[in-house]
Ligand binder design. Structure first.
Ligand SMILES: CC(C)(COP(=O)(O)OP(=O)(O)OC[C@H]1O[C@@H](n2cnc3c(N)ncnc32)[C@H](O)[C@@H]1OP(=O)(O)O)[C@@H](O)C(=O)NCCC(=O)NCCS
Length: 173
């Protein structure tokens, strides 16, 4: 398995990641809500936004034949609510999304992608990492749980009303 950070020049891979972001939404939120939440143009732009010079990476995992079987997107983030309230908001590592094709699951691909994200966060010297997911997403909660993440917050997704949990872990070198 080879992990590779994308650049804006990787247009085919960017399209693939956008399609799989939609597949993730459908798998987690269901066909109706997940399939209509964002247009493909919006999803593609969202991938490109992460590659547009900000502190972020889009990383794909390719098998021995070069086929992309998974991806993750992560960035350094500040807490928008705290910034709006005029409070100091220390940057932290946010893993925005992770997806592995069904045929390649339970082979450790997501585990490799998560370790890659955490190593990058350590280089960025952020004090903690987190992700958000649906409270019913047991595969993802299992993955993060075995890596030391604990629930630190919960609240409904504003678009779907799905109950979301924030999973957080302190980072140290
Ligand atoms: C969640 C997901 C990324 C896991 O990918 P994966 O490559 O299969 O995960 P790994 O093989 O690295 O699994 C590592 C550990 O995570 C946990 N885990 C993974 N899948 C699990 C499952 N179906 N049930 C319970 N625990 C699971 C286990 O602890 C596993 O270790 P083990 O296989 O030794 O028991 C994958 O199932 C997926 O793409 N799901 C759909 C997209 C999604 O929900 N993304 C997150 C949106 S926020």
């Amino acid at each position: 398995m080879l992990l590779r950070p994308l650049s804006l020049a990787d247009t085919d891979a960017i399209d693939l990641v956008a399609e799989r972001m939609r597949a993730t939404l459908i798998e987690v939120e269901g066909e109706e809500a997940g399939g209509t939440m964002y247009s493909m143009d919006w999803l593609r732009e969202r991938v490109r936004w992460h590659l547009d010079g900000r502190a972020a990476e889009v990383v794909v995992a390719a098998d021995e034949a070069g086929v992309i079987v998974g991806h993750t997107i992560y960035r350094v983030e500040s807490d928008a609510d705290s910034v709006t309230a005029g409070l100091h908001a220390a940057p932290f590592g946010l893993i925005s999304t992770t997806y592995v094709v069904p045929e390649a699951r339970r082979l450790g691909v997501a585990q490799r992608l998560l370790a890659h994200a955490e190593a990058w966060f350590l280089e960025c010297r952020v004090p903690f990492a987190c992700t958000w997911t649906s409270e019913t997403n047991m595969p993802l909660i299992g993955l993060y749980g075995r890596n030391g993440y604990v629930e630190s917050e919960r609240g409904p997704n504003q678009l779907t009303q799905t109950m979301m949990v924030r999973l957080t872990k302190a980072l140290s070198a």
